[in-house]
Write a protein that binds this ligand. Structure first.
Ligand SMILES: [Zn+2]
Length: 72
């Protein structure tokens, strides 16, 4: 059973996925605005595309919430 091969493949797929995620959020710069916090979570706005969201875990989103079709 080539466990090492499976682990290597898993790492490769993981790197591919995180790379794509980084590409998608490359131009996204999330800023938190604590004055607009709600019980839903912390308010975040993207200074790059203007997307707004609330994060329950106080962490900025990992992807851009930019609407489809508005990319350059
Ligand atoms: Zn954005």
């Amino acid at each position: 059973m080539p466990i090492l091969l499976i682990v290597a493949l898993g790492v490769f797929v993981w790197m591919l996925l995180t790379y794509r995620a980084r590409q998608r959020t490359k131009n996204c710069r999330w800023r938190e605005d604590r004055s607009r916090d709600t019980p839903e979570g912390r308010y975040f706005t993207c200074v790059s595309c203007g997307a707004e969201t609330f994060s329950p875990d106080n962490m900025p989103p990992r992807v851009c919430l930019k609407p489809e079709g508005s990319e350059r």
